[in-house]
Design a protein around this ligand. Structure first.
Ligand code: ATP
Length: 246
């Protein structure tokens, strides 16, 4: 991987960009994943590349919802595996959630490479690999695949960097969908139960911290945090902030 001097004014942004490029070179990030990352960078620029108040509110509501759920699953694609593999494994551990590989541009090679990365970072089980799969209705792409033990039976799915069709389909299956997508206008953000408009590289570490903090909260307090979340208002504020940023 290319060495970026730590003194570079855009060190962090370049570091993450190179992680995605490196993932592409190793064969587990799709070429379209590079474009998706660039689009994310542009939105991130407009919010000052930081987790703004509304994003934190959404992340806290999301963690409370995960703690209330019975069978939460974190869906992982190539970009997420390139950017925050260890953090995803830690979050799954703290939240007792499953981890499932799910790819738009699926190949068995990419699937296995991602599973290996997650296992190298400590995941004991990675779902979404093998033949115990069902196809979710209403999705044209390979993303329709869902593990019977994972997303198929989950009551809550955390979907970083998702596409709108799958978010809609998962909602139709009555699952609580938490999205992480820097674009507040995407169909994913619009359809998710709790959309988080923030960079996945900040969101997952934040969520680990909140999950630890809320681990001994009672049901009432968790429910209050979830039901207090106003999705429309949150997305509107994110759009206004981006307009101001511009
Ligand atoms: P939709 O189908 O939901 O309307 P789309 O098809 O326009 O979305 P995709 O190309 O599937 O979008 O998705 C990539 C999305 O992921 C983009 O909206 C982009 O802003 C977002 N994204 C990319 N990198 C990150 C990141 N690091 N953190 C959060 N979001 C990101």
């Amino acid at each position: 991987m290319m060495k970026i001097p730590a003194s570079h004014p855009r060190y962090k942004s370049l570091l993450y960009r190179h992680r995605v490029v490196d993932g592409f070179r190793k064969g587990f990030v799709a070429d379209a994943g590079l474009i998706a990352h660039g689009r994310g960078e542009a939105f991130d620029y407009l919010i000052g590349e930081k987790s703004v108040k509304e994003a934190i509110i959404a992340q806290r509501a999301a963690v409370a919802a995960i703690h209330l759920s019975k069978n939460p699953v974190i869906s992982v694609n190539g970009n997420t595996a390139a950017l925050v593999p260890g953090e995803v494994v830690s979050l799954a551990e703290v939240c007792k959630a499953g981890i499932e590989v799910n790819l738009f541009y699926r190949t068995v090679k990419r699937e296995n490479l991602i599973a290996d990365i997650l296992k190298k970072h400590g995941a004991s089980e990675v779902l979404g690999i093998g033949d115990h799969m069902k196809m979710i209705q209403g999705i044209e792409s390979e993303r329709a695949r869902a593990d019977l033990k994972g997303i198929w039976s989950a009551d809550l799915v955390l979907v970083p960097l998702e596409d709108g069709d799958r978010t809609e389909a998962l909602r139709k299956m009555d699952k609580c969908v938490i999205s992480i997508d820097l674009n507040p206008l995407s169909r994913t953000s619009q359809h998710a139960t709790i959309p988080i408009v923030d960079n996945v590289v900040r969101v997952i570490p934040n969520m680990i911290e909140f999950a630890r903090e809320m681990s001994n909260w009672g049901k009432d307090r968790l429910e209050e945090t979830v039901y207090g979340f106003d999705k429309e208002n949150n997305l509107e504020t994110m759009i206004s902030l981006m307009r101001e940023g511009l």
